[in-house]
Write a protein that binds this ligand. Structure first.
Ligand SMILES: Nc1nc2c(ncn2[C@@H]2O[C@H](COP(=O)(O)OP(=O)(O)OP(=O)(O)O)[C@@H](O)[C@H]2O)c(=O)[nH]1
Ligand SMILES: [Mg+2]
Length: 384
């Protein structure tokens, strides 16, 4: 019990509030905001730059999958098309039509694609930048939106230049230098070199770091949670994002008193926990579809370890009763299963603290188990 009270106090200080009620009210606001937030990313650039391929990569979807943005020379995007993230419905990636001819002004283009609908613009190019791309960037900045340049298909450049004896570093540095030169009039422009085939390589991670820095808190979380686990670094980012969300999820939980769950004698907020752990499960790529994709990509089966986790099995089976029993084992391991003593602290309803602290404990233990499993998957897949 002492350690639980310490947890409550720590969570209170994390919330920046001095009372439990204050923290709860604040947490409810944060959760509401998170639930309502939408992140709209616009992907634009010249025809054939790799926009549709990049949209698919951001969504963790293969080009040939159902629901993927059509790619290839004969599959040009003609109107702004929204692609909802497969597991994060509040993240929308927009495949915009290729920026056409030079006599179609940037201003007109912005109007045509309804620029107000987007939080950020990514301008893609697979070759040299055109004056038109620069004009568009200026127009975007004029409209107080963030814009980033993405040089795509660098895998091709690296391969081609290797044949002429250049190292990867030399090729990347030449591309970077040429782009910087072209963009020198545009104040603080960010340039990222990427390959849709190998997101873990080149500058994709840098792009995510910059977007993280530039986006407001709630949108940043949505972005991180929506990305596929393409590296150990992104897995850790996801874990940290969720960790930060634990305290307010617990505060915003049903709180007052026990919520009866079959097989569970201690009080905790089951709906909050289920929703939270299920979003971890998808975001960490532990669902069957993500594992199949990863197995195909790295050419080996990486499921074996996952099946050792009871928690993952019950989440996958969507068996709420089994999940309740599984979670109650966490409480049992802490000696909390047989009902909790009511201790009035901090001048609030004891039931609320108990529900809060058991919810917090179950969220921590559950998220750690899912993180461990996801880490094993990444290690087995040999992703750096
Ligand atoms: N090697 C390599 N090829 C890529 C990459 N990204 C896209 N491609 C290929 O480039 C071609 C054009 O890609 P799309 O994604 O269709 O380009 P787009 O910008 O959507 O084209 P439009 O819709 O016509 O404007 C396709 O054949 C892709 O497979 C990449 O990072 N590396
Ligand atoms: Mg396209």
């Amino acid at each position: 019990m002492e350690s639980q009270l310490a947890e409550v106090r720590a969570a209170l200080s994390q919330s920046g509030e001095s009372t439990f009620e204050g923290a709860k009210a604040k947490a409810e606001l944060v959760v509401q905001e998170l639930n309502n937030v939408t992140l709209n990313i616009a992907v634009t650039g010249v025809t054939g730059a790799g926009k549709s391929s990049f949209v698919n990569a951001l969504r963790g979807v293969q080009d040939y999958e159902e629901g993927a943005a059509p790619t290839g020379a004969e599959k040009s995007t003609m109107t702004p098309t929204m692609y909802r993230h497969p597991t994060m419905p509040n993240v929308n990636i927009w495949d915009l039509p290729g920026i056409g001819t030079e006599n179609f002004t940037a201003k007109k283009y912005m109007k045509k694609v309804n620029f107000n609908a987007y939080d950020v613009f990514l301008i893609l190019t697979s070759t040299r930048l055109r004056e038109y791309d620069i004009m568009l960037a200026k127009e975007i900045e004029k409209n107080k939106k963030n814009v980033y340049f993405i040089r795509t298909k660098v895998d091709q450049d690296v391969d081609a230049e290797k044949r002429k004896g250049k190292t990867e570093e030399q090729t990347l540095s030449l591309i970077r230098h040429a782009l910087k030169e072209k963009l020198k009039d545009l104040g603080s422009t960010h340039i990222f070199l990427v390959s849709c085939w190998e997101l873990h390589k080149f500058d994709f991670n840098k792009l995510i770091c910059v977007l993280e820095k530039d986006l407001p808190d709630n949108k940043r979380n949505a972005l991180i949670q929506s990305l596929s686990v393409y590296s150990m670094e992104i897995l850790d980012k996801k874990y940290n994002t969720f960790e930060k969300a634990i305290w307010f999820s617990a505060f915003a939980s049903g709180a007052v008193g026990a919520i009866p769950v079959p097989g569970v004698s201690a009080a905790f907020d089951f709906p909050v926990i289920t929703a939270f752990l299920t979003s971890y499960y998808f975001s960490f790529g532990l669902n069957e579809k993500s594992l199949t994709k990863l197995s195909d990509r790295v050419n080996k089966s990486i499921r074996a370890k996952i099946h050792e986790s009871e928690l993952i099995k019950v989440i996958a089976a969507r068996s709420m009763a089994c999940l309740a029993v599984e979670l109650s084992s966490y409480l049992a391991s802490e000696g909390l299963e047989g009902g909790l003593k009511v201790i009035p602290i901090l001048g609030i309803v004891a039931g609320a603290v108990l529900s809060f602290s058991t919810t917090l404990l179950v969220l921590r233990k559950g998220s750690d188990e899912l993180y461990r499993a996801a880490k094993e998957v990444v290690e087995m897949a040999g992703i750096e």
